[in-house]
Design a protein around this ligand. Structure first.
Ligand code: GDP
Ligand code: IMO
Ligand code: MG
Length: 428
């Protein structure tokens, strides 16, 4: 028998990111002792709203606004010291006790100023074929990690940190020359980088794999908070239009150093429709006024970059794929309030290829072949859902939509979010 008494629940996005992970992780935090991020970096923008105030977190886990919650940035995360320090300061000003409650893995890889420049250089070189990266240095940092030449947070405290840094910069300079990219002022970027590193060193760094497993032994309950979404996963997303980490539940085990047997449940978050920022396939994308209405009423503009998000109907082919990949036990549906007012709500149930054939699985040529969703239509609802506190008060048409989705996916929808605020959440 294992002596471990605690467990990990994983909460992650099932679409192309921005499903509402920040809101839900914050909402769920009171039933956990720890919230831990396991992958991604400041490409994430997680919005939380409480008491009429909105907060956006990029690298700090979404449990930070709860007084006694441990927040861990795991080894699988990539950290930009400059952005993290800015985020820490604004989060402290907003009332969170970051010094006491934030722990940073010594094994987390560091985003250097040149990683951000390389991101920009690579996107510029790709031209029309660009990924639409957030330009936070994510791809180049993970490339160095897997190329076994990255710098890690623990290196801040070693005598040869500057030497290791200089070696990286030398390599990056050669790459920038290859990209013919020279439009930058590295000196000022380095000044802010080293100043941020010194400040960050006054926070708590841990050997996170021991830290988190000790917490499990003590019986602590851990919520592992995903970033991005399953369709942006490096292996299973719409490659190459993806991010550079494993966003599915398996990413948790390597991103925290926690064995799979400690997972109690996987909670998958999806919007009642779909959005995507950046390039890549989106078979249920709407280019008409319905898409425009979704963008307007859903305020679909990036929390990190402010870019308008592409909007479309819910895509069940992608949703079922994501549920399969992560072994999702329960679903959390977000932003159904945004669908109020449509006479008809469509749900994508298949992909039609150029030859007219319809498939209901993600094909290998998802990116190169141009698929369009085929739809099932549902009667819409016109009632304002944002003030509803219990399921019994859902309009019948909305309840029917929920039941139909549960049947299609084969997983219960346990939580329904009807507005950005913590309080606008109905547990079923
Ligand atoms: P995340 O990256 O998954 O945490 O999601 P984002 O924060 O990037 O984007 C979700 C956006 O929707 C944010 O602006 C949230 O405040 C907002 N939001 C979250 N849940 C709901 C909801 O149920 N209804 C509405 N209308 N907005 C929501
Ligand atoms: P959260 O955690 C939505 C997208 C980018 C781009 C691709 C690669 O807030 O859901 P990257 O910066 O990783 O090189 O970008 O992935 N992307 C996101 N889209 N939400 C995110 O995070 C995203 N993080 C990256 O737009 O298409
Ligand atoms: Mg986001």
């Amino acid at each position: 028998m294992s002596e471990t008494k605690g467990y990990v629940d994983v909460v992650l996005g099932l679409q192309w990111g921005d499903e509402g992970k920040g809101k839900i992780a914050d909402f769920l935090t009171p039933t956990y002792d720890v919230v831990a991020r396991f992958q991604g970096g400041p490409n994430a923008g997680h919005s939380l709203e409480m008491n009429g105030k909105k907060h956006v977190l990029n690298t700090i886990p979404s449990g930070i606004f709860h007084e006694n919650c441990i927040n861990l940035i795991g080894n699988g995360v990539v950290i930009d010291p400059v952005r993290l320090m800015e985020e820490i300061k604004r989060t402290e000003v907003a009332g969170a006790t970051v010094k006491k409650n934030l722990y940073i893995s010594r094994k987390a890889n560091i985003i250097l100023p040149t990683h951000k420049l390389l991101d920009a250089a690579s996107e510029q070189r790709k031209g029309d074929k660009k990924i639409g990266s957030t330009l936070r240095g994510i791809g180049p940092t993970y490339r160095d990690k897997y190329g076994r030449s990255g710098l890690r947070a623990g290196d801040f405290f070693t005598a040869d940190f500057k030497e290791k840094y200089n070696q990286s910069i030398k390599r990056h300079h050669a790459l920038m020359e290859h990209f013919d990219y020279s439009d930058f002022d590295l000196k000022s970027l380095e000044d802010e980088f080293f100043a941020a590193v010194e400040e960050l060193k006054t926070y708590q760094f841990v050997d996170s794999e021991y830290f988190v497993n000790d917490l499990l032994k003590q019986g602590k309950k851990i919520l592992a908070e995903g970033a991005q979404g399953s369709m942006l996963d490096i292996d299973f997303g719409s490659y190459p239009f993806v991010t550079s980490s494993n966003t599915i539940s398996g990413g948790m085990t390597v991103g925290l150093g926690v064995a799979p047997k400690h997972i109690r449940s996987v909670k998958g978050i999806f919007k009642a429709y779909c959005t995507r920022v950046g390039s890549g396939p989106f078979p249920s994308e709407l280019h008409d006024e319905n898409g425009e209405n979704l963008r307007k009423s859903g305020h679909e503009f990036g929390a990190t970059t402010g870019r308008p998000r592409r909007c479309g109907w819910l895509d069940l082919v992608a949703l079922k794929y994501a549920v399969m990949l992560s072994g999702v036990d329960e679903l959390i549906m977000m932003k159904a309030d945004v669908l109020s007012g449509f006479d008809t709500v469509c749900v994508g149930t298949g992909y039609r290829g150029k030859n007219g054939e319809v498939v209901d699985a993600i094909p290998f040529d998802f990116v190169t072949a141009e698929f369009e969703s085929t739809y099932t239509e549902h009667k819409g609802w016109h009632e304002d859902l944002t003030g509803i506190k219990k399921e019994e008060d859902f309009p019948d048409t909305f309840s029917n939509y929920i039941h139909w989705l549960e049947e299609q996916v084969g997983v219960p929808i346990k939580v329904v979010s009807l507005g950005p605020d913590r309080a606008q959440t109905v547990v079923r």
